[in-house]
Ligand binder design. Sequence first.
Ligand code: TYR
Length: 415
Amino acid sequence: MNIIDELKWRGAVNQQTDEEGLYKLVGEKSISLYCGIDPTGDSMHIGHLIPFMILKRFQLAGHHPVIVIGGGTGSIGDPSGRKTERVLQSQETIQHNAECLTAQMKKLFGEDGFTMVNNYDWLSKISLLEFLRDYGKLFNINTMLAKEVVASRLETGISFTEFSYQILQSIDFKMLYDKYNVQLQIGGADQWGNITNGVELLRKTEDVHDAFGLTIPLMLKADGTKFGKTAGGAVWLDPKKTSPYEFYQFWFNQDDRDVVKYLKYFTFLSHEEIDVLEKEVAEHPEHRSAQRKLAEEVTRFVHGEEGLAQAEKVTQALFSGNIQELSGDEIEGAFRNTKGGEVHEAPINIVEALVQGGVEKSKRQAREDVKNGAIRVNGEQIRDIEADVTAHPNTDGKFIIIRKGKKNYFSIEVK
Ligand SMILES: N[C@@H](Cc1ccc(O)cc1)C(=O)O
């Protein structure tokens, strides 16, 4: 099957510069293709994962991915999809972020079978006069102004710096075409302008007709809210920012209306496997088998078998209420965004802890719940209202973890 058909089936094709040409090219031979990422942060989030999963699919289909870490472009800032000017980052921050992203990419793409480059290496070497004479001359201001990215910013304003960004990304494509024979650039829907500019630059400078661009649709959710955002903020790939457990739960909690779309986008499961899961969603949505499979697959891809095992262990522990065996990291990763107040000392009487910690509104209610067996402290049920409680032994004296009823967890900080 042609990889473009595969991508279409997965709902992953938005726009293409030359549909027929690309279809023919990738049907005939293995090509090099690229996708870039600017080091604006020290971790990718799942929004970034979208184009890189597509790059990975190309890799698995025998093509050669090139990943551009935008040390140069990142020091300018892409205005695409933004309403306001970016604040410039220091070169040290950019450098640090670039190193973090490089390490994450290696986890996703393996040790070899792809190429990783940093566009600082060539963009930083172009002199001002060279930039204006060799490239600036080929860009028409009227066309640049008309690009969606710039047009939408004309009212609020856009600096010359960000305005020039599209030229830099075009230079990348040209340079990669020349040096690595990269014939295709992919990116999110908002990258259309930057990508087509590169294709144009190659045509104007070298009369190239076999360079292509493809964009991926914006991910939409059935309920209209933004994809990838949770109450705790973005869903990061860095396990220190979003634990494997939180990551797993994010996918597990997806709506029935979205889950099949995500299986197509974010997993490497076959059509047949996804068809079976789709049927499951329709017939037995309460089993949540599609969500479980989605969570398993994406967690394994991003965090490996070990990360998946940890996510499942924590999920199981929270479900049963037996959280005694969880490590300090696992507890932190599970309860980081869980509500809960503070107490100033521990050991502390359980009724006091429940009220001060924001679990119960009154002492009367607290006593009743304790006596009824509705309260577990650090994994153990406590029914004695005179009992003293203390922090979970694996949290360095920092957190008392309460479960009230079947699934309401609170993490009370001891300050
Ligand atoms: N502009 C892209 C990142 C990028 C950078 C350099 C490139 O050559 C390509 C892509 C983005 O913001 O997502």
